[in-house]
Design a protein around this ligand. Structure first.
Ligand code: B1M
Length: 208
């Protein structure tokens, strides 16, 4: 249906608590960082995706939401990551070529660091060659790829093909909203995980 500007943009948000205030308030009330992450930030982002799909909000609002979420994540990051002195392995992490979504990847990286992994973050829109180059430098590392778009998840296959044709045997794990176990099987990725917690146990399995 038709949505007028006024219902899309509430009149005046000044003085309203933002994500920073809400996260600080929740922490003060003794709500755990995990609860804030899954039931606050991630559930909130789910609603954003649904609203976008229904044309109730547009790309700029998705972008604002992403900024807000990143600010919240940074607030709870120290509590999620903790202080790790023992390195259990290395994961080379990147969002595939053509894809700019990085919140999920960053969260996976954060959880991996919390579990003692060294994370080499190649960032967003990562060219195939960059994955290959990094894999060559770190033959023991697990390669982790993230994709949020159905059009970019295909690039995961290209990376695996390129690794193998260059004689590189790094294990590969993949994830992201459109990615499934059957897609992982189809492209020959050694692992798939649904979320950041599962990504940690998967990475542990792949390095052992
Ligand atoms: Co975009 N976007 N977006 N977007 N965006 C989606 C993905 C979409 C589903 C929205 C929708 O239509 N409902 C849709 C994709 C449709 C499709 O292809 N099937 C979409 C679209 C269409 C687009 C654009 C094309 C819009 C446009 O410009 N017309 C455009 C594309 C830009 C590009 O990449 N080339 C675009 C742009 C953007 C923003 C830049 C505005 C922004 C991203 C900002 C940023 O990341 N810095 C954005 C956002 C925020 C979203 C939604 C709303 C939220 C994504 C997110 O951060 N979720 C998203 C809707 C949705 O996902 N339902 C949407 C929270 C995050 C914690 O979850 O990333 O799924 P997620 O990660 C999870 C798991 O998937 C998993 O663990 C994480 C934690 O549990 N996981 C892994 C992720 N990576 C993993 C890797 C692993 C293991 C697990 O191993 C290595």
């Amino acid at each position: 249906g038709h949505i007028d500007a006024e219902s899309r943009y509430p009149k005046d948000l000044s003085g309203q608590p933002g994500v920073r205030e809400k996260v600080a308030d929740a922490l003060e009330k003794g709500i755990s960082p995990q609860e804030i992450l899954w039931n606050g930030l991630i559930s909130g982002m789910k609603i954003v995706g649904e609203k976008y799909e229904k044309n109730e909000i547009f790309v700029p609002e998705m972008l604002f939401s992403a900024k807000a979420m990143k600010s919240g994540l940074n607030q709870i990051r120290p509590m999620l990551v903790g202080d790790v002195s023992v390195r259990v392995g290395t994961v080379i992490l990147g969002t595939v070529q053509g894809d700019m979504h990085d919140i999920g990847k960053n969260l996976v990286g954060m959880m991996l660091e919390g579990a003692g992994f060294e994370v080499i973050d190649l960032g967003i829109n990562t060219p195939v060659s960059k994955f290959v180059e990094s894999a060559r430098k770190h033959p023991e590392a697990v390669i982790g790829m993230s994709a949020l778009l159905t059009v970019t998840m295909k690039n995961m296959k290209t990376v695996i093909e390129s690794l193998r044709s260059n004689g590189l045997e790094n294990k590969v794990m993949i994830g992201g909203a459109p990615v499934t176990q059957s897609f992982a099987d189809e492209i020959g990725a050694e692992g798939y995980s649904l979320n950041a917690n599962q990504a940690v146990s998967l990475a542990k399995n792949l390095i052992s």
